[in-house]
Design a protein. Structure first.
Lengths: 304, 377
C-alpha cells in the first residue's frame, strides 16, 4: 500500500522504462494508463541501427581446435590444454625446424620445410602473422617445444657431484641451464641473435614476453616452488630477467660447452638471492620501525 | 597517378553505357544460387529449382552439405533485407556496376586511405613468388595466383610487384577474376600502366566464384561491339558474367594461391565459393581472404567505428558517387558478415586446415585476414 501511495504521487516516473517489468508499476497501472508520455524509445534521436538478425540457419559447427587455449596456472587434476599449434601447422613447422641451423628462422627454412613435407613454396604463408609471421611462428615453435621438454628432464637432474638435487634454488638453476643447453642441442645458438631481433619487433614483443613469463613459471613450478605471497611475482620476474640475460650471453659465448654461460647464470642467480635477502632485511627493518613509530605516537596521545 | 589518368580515360565510355541503359528493368537469367546463411525451411519450389539449375551438379557432390549446393529459391540476405539468391546476385551486380568508376576514390575516402595499408600487409604476409635458393626451378612448376573478385586489380598488381620485383620470380602468373565485367574493365584499363613483363603475366577472366568451371576471358564492358548483342532471352548484354556464354574453365588443383579481398561477403553462397576454392587449389595451396570483420573486442572503438560507417559512409557515397543506396548496402553487408571465429569455422568446413587461430585482425578487427591451406590428400 505504501508502494501504491508513492506511485500515485509520482505517476510520470513510472510510465517509461519501468512499465513492463516492475511489480511496483503493476499496482499503479490503473492510474497511469490514461497518461501518454513518449517512451525513451520513441523520443530517441539516435539512429536506430537494425539489430543483427539471427542467421536463417545455424552456422555449421565443427570441432576446430581452439588455438587460444591458454591457461595461466598449472593443474595436477586437469590434462594440459592443447598447444597453440594445429596439426597441419605442427607438421609444417617440424619439417622447417630441421633447416633452422643452416638457414636460420627465415622464410627460406620454411619453404624448404614445406617442400620436404610435400607442400608448395606458398604453403608457409598460411602461418599467422605479418611479413615475418612465418619466421616468428617458427621461433615460437622452438620456444614452445623447448619449454614443454623441460618437464621430462626434471626427473634426471643431478648436481655437480651426481647426486639428486633437493634444494629449490639449485633446481631452478639446473632447469634454467637445461633450457639453455636445449638451445645448443637444437643448433640454434648461432641463429639466436636473428631470432631475438624478430622477437623484439613491436607486433611480436607481447607474445615473446608472454612466452618468457611462461618459461619462468614452468621452471619455478617444476622446481617445486610453492610460494603464495608477493614473492610469487618477484621470483618469476627476476628469473625472467636472469634467463633473458643468460640467453643473450650465450649467443656470443665461444667457450667449450658454454661453460662461461653456466658461470654467468650461476653468478646472476646468486646475486638475485643476495638481493632478495637484502630487500627482505630492509623491508623487515622498515616495517619494525614504522610499527614502533606508530606506537610511540600513540603513547603520546595521538589518535591513530 | 598514371593509373588514375587511365581510369579517367576509361570513364566517359563507361558513363555513357549507364546513361544509355535500357529503359525497362533488365531481366536476368535465372541461374542456380543459394544463400550464405540459408534457412532450414524446406524449399518451397523444389521441382523448378532442380530443373533450372543445370550447373549445380558441378558444385554439388555427395559430401557437400545442403547449404553448399546452389538453390535459386533459398532466402539469403542483402544488407538487412532478406531476398532470394538470384535477387541478391542481381542487386550486388547493380551495386558494383554503379560504383565501378568511383570505387577506388570511395575506398580512400571511407577508410582514410588505410585500405592501402591493409592490402599491402595482406600481400606482404602472403609473400607470393618466394622460392628457396635451390639450383633450378621449382619442380612443381611456376606459381599461379587466382585473385577472385579482383575487380580493379588492387591486390593482383601488388602480388605481381612482390613476385616479380621483390622476390625476382618472373614465372608467377596472376589471374584476375570477377563476376562484374564493369569492374574488371576498369582493372584492365589500369593494368596498361604496368611494366610489359607484368602485363604479360596477367590475365582477366569473367567467372562466378561459386562455379569456376564456367569462365570466359574478359569481354570489355561496354565493348565497342557487344552492347548491341543479345542473349538467349533477347535482352541486351549484361554487366555481369553470364555462365551460358562460358568458353573455358579453371581446372581442379591448378592454383597455388587463391585470394579474395573485400569480395566474399557479396557472394550469394559463401560455402559453395569456399568449396570451389578448395577444388581449384593444389594440395598445399593457400586460401587467403581479406574482409571486413568485427571489432567487438574494443567496445569504445567499435562504437565510433559504427557511427562512422552508418552515418558517414552512406553520406560520402551520396556526395561523391551520387549513390547512397549502394554504400548503405556496403555497411549493412559488413554488419551481416559472420564474425572471425564463425568464418574460420566455415573455412574449416570446406576442408581447409588453418594455423593458429586461423585469422589475423587488422586495425582492431575492422578487417581481418583469414587463411587456410588445402591439406595434402
Amino acid at each position: 500500500m505504501a508502494c501504491l501511495a508513492r506511485a500515485e504521487t509520482t505517476p510520470r516516473i513510472l510510465i517509461g522504462p519501468l512499465r513492463r517489468s516492475s511489480r511496483f508499476v503493476c499496482l499503479s497501472s490503473r492510474e497511469s494508463t490514461s497518461i501518454t508520455i513518449p517512451t525513451a524509445r520513441t523520443i530517441s534521436t539516435r539512429p536506430q541501427y537494425p539489430r543483427q538478425q539471427q542467421p536463417l540457419r545455424p552456422l555449421p559447427r565443427s570441432p576446430v581446435t581452439p588455438a587460444t587455449t591458454f591457461r595461466t596456472y598449472h593443474s595436477h587434476d586437469h590434462p594440459p590444454p592443447p598447444g597453440p599449434f594445429t596439426p597441419a601447422e605442427t607438421a609444417l613447422l617440424c619439417a622447417a625446424y630441421i633447416h633452422v641451423p643452416r638457414h636460420g628462422f627465415t622464410a627460406e627454412a620454411l619453404a624448404r620445410g614445406a617442400r620436404d613435407a610435400g607442400l608448395l613454396d606458398i604453403s608457409p604463408s598460411v602461418l599467422p602473422g605479418g611479413e615475418s609471421g612465418g619466421a616468428f611462428r617458427l621461433i615460437c615453435w622452438h620456444l614452445y617445444t623447448q619449454r614443454t621438454a623441460l618437464g621430462g628432464k626434471v626427473g634426471g637432474l643431478t648436481g655437480d657431484a651426481g647426486s639428486p638435487i633437493t634444494n629449490v634454488a639449485d633446481k631452478v638453476e639446473a632447469l634454467a641451464w637445461e633450457r639453455l643447453k636445449g638451445n645448443a642441442e637444437a643448433g640454434v645458438v648461432g641463429r639466436w641473435q636473428e631470432a631475438l631481433a624478430v622477437m623484439a619487433h613491436p607486433s611480436y614483443a607481447p607474445t615473446s614476453v608472454k612466452e618468457l613469463a611462461q618459461l619462468a613459471d614452468e621452471i619455478l613450478y617444476l622446481a617445486g616452488d610453492s610460494s603464495v605471497d608477493p614473492s610469487w611475482y618477484s621470483k618469476r620476474a627476476s628469473l625472467s630477467a636472469i634467463y633473458a640475460a643468460a640467453e643473450l650471453f650465450q649467443t656470443t659465448d665461444q667457450s667449450p660447452d658454454f661453460r662461461e654461460t653456466r658461470a654467468f647464470l650461476r653468478r646472476r642467480l646468486q646475486e638475485a638471492a643476495r638481493m632478495g635477502g637484502a630487500v627482505r632485511s630492509i623491508s623487515e627493518w622498515i616495517g619494525f620501525n614504522a610499527g614502533a613509530a606508530v606506537n610511540v605516537l600513540r603513547s603520546k596521545g595521538v589518535r591513530i | 597517378m598514371a593509373a588514375r589518368i587511365a581510369l579517367k580515360r576509361a570513364l566517359p565510355s563507361t558513363r555513357s553505357a549507364f546513361t544509355h541503359s535500357p529503359q525497362q528493368p533488365p531481366r536476368f537469367i535465372t541461374r542456380p544460387f543459394s544463400a550464405s546463411l540459408p534457412s532450414l525451411a524446406p524449399n518451397p519450389n523444389p521441382s523448378t529449382s532442380a530443373s533450372s539449375s543445370p550447373s549445380s551438379s558441378s558444385t554439388s557432390s555427395s559430401s557437400a552439405p545442403d547449404y553448399a549446393i546452389p538453390d535459386p529459391t533459398r532466402p539469403t540476405h542483402f544488407g538487412y533485407e532478406t531476398v532470394t539468391e538470384g535477387e541478391k546476385r542481381e542487386r550486388v551486380a547493380g551495386v558494383f556496376t554503379s560504383v565501378a568508376e568511383s570505387y577506388d576514390r570511395m575506398n580512400d575516402l571511407m577508410s582514410f586511405g588505410w585500405h592501402r595499408v591493409w592490402k599491402d600487409h595482406f600481400v606482404a604476409s602472403l609473400n607470393p613468388g618466394f622460392s628457396p635458393l635451390t639450383p633450378g626451378p621449382d619442380p612443381r612448376g611456376p606459381q599461379h595466383i587466382l585473385d577472385i573478385a579482383g575487380g580493379t586489380g588492387d591486390i593482383a598488381f601488388r602480388m605481381l610487384h612482390t613476385a616479380h620485383v621483390v622476390n625476382a620470380n618472373p614465372a608467377v602468373r596472376v589471374t584476375i577474376s570477377d563476376i562484374n565485367r564493369a569492374m574488371l574493365t576498369v582493372g584492365k584499363q589500369r593494368s596498361t600502366t604496368l611494366p610489359a613483363s607484368q602485363q604479360a603475366s596477367l590475365s582477366f577472366v569473367e567467372a562466378n566464384a561459386e562455379n569456376l568451371s564456367q569462365t570466359r576471358p574478359l569481354h570489355p564492358y561496354p565493348s565497342p561491339i557487344e552492347p548491341t548483342t543479345h542473349d538467349a532471352h533477347g535482352n541486351t548484354e549484361q554487366a555481369f558474367f553470364d555462365p551460358a556464354t562460358s568458353t573455358a574453365s579453371i581446372p581442379s588443383a591448378s592454383v597455388d594461391l587463391y585470394t579474395v579481398a573485400f569480395g566474399i561477403r557479396n557472394f550469394s553462397n559463401i560455402p559453395a565459393a569456399l568449396r570451389e576454392a578448395y577444388r581449384v587449389l593444389k594440395p598445399g595451396g593457400v586460401f587467403a581472404c581479406l574482409e571486413f570483420s568485427k571489432a567487438d573486442a574494443h567496445p569504445v572503438f567499435n562504437a565510433l567505428y559504427k557511427e562512422w560507417s552508418f552515418r558517414a559512409i552512406p553520406l560520402i557515397g551520396q556526395l561523391v558517387a551520387a549513390d547512397r543506396d549502394s554504400y548503405q548496402y556496403l555497411v549493412e553487408s559488413i554488419e551481416r558478415f559472420p564474425s572471425q571465429a564463425e568464418f574460420r569455422d566455415m573455412i574449416v568446413d570446406a576442408g581447409f586446415v588453418v594455423a593458429g587461430d586461423g585469422w589475423e585482425d587488422l586495425t582492431g578487427g575492422v578487417a581481418a585476414i583469414h587463411k587456410g591451406m588445402k591439406p595434402r590428400a
